[in-house]
Design a protein around this ligand. Sequence first.
Ligand code: SF4
Ligand code: SF4
Length: 183
Amino acid sequence: MRRADGKTVKTIKIDVAKCNGCRACEVICAAFHAKPQYSSTNPARSRIRVIRDQVADLYLPVYAGEYTAAECAGRDKYVIDGREYEECAFCRASCPSRDVFKEPDSDLPLKCDMCESDPTLAEPLCVKWCLADALVFEEREVEVDKAAAIDDVDLGLRALAHVHGWQKVKDALRRLGGAGNEG
Ligand code: SF4
Ligand code: SF4
């Protein structure tokens, strides 16, 4: 029988109306995840990207979610409060159809880790650096099926290995300080 345990889910609530497109969130995220830490501010390495349309005065911050090996079939335009958002604008996936959320050197997918560090930060750095308060950190407790969670990790690693090969995945895990010795 599968066991359910408690898990803290961390999310960032985005208030699009408050974002001014300053890109401070991109800079701090890229710097925090640079190797060595804070050695570079290349936004291409950021796990949060700001879609900008200065003519339309439109700025949309999106932070990276799960990797997906397949492009989705549906492409829609969104019009909200008279503003038109491009196809894929709200999507958080690293996917084959666009360049965002991919590490520039290796092409491996990037995913927001909520600035995981030891000791744990009081709040993620993009939230802290967003002086416009467009990003709000939220935590909540949920029940999670332990076996299902392990299955998800296994599935994710196999999907990555299918695209990039095990060696690349293991190298990336090693760089991130993970085990990376199995397979
Ligand atoms: S730091 Fe805040 S205001 Fe600046 S681009 Fe990012 S979300 Fe928008
Ligand atoms: S929470 Fe941390 S890892 Fe995630 S997008 Fe913000 S700065 Fe980057």
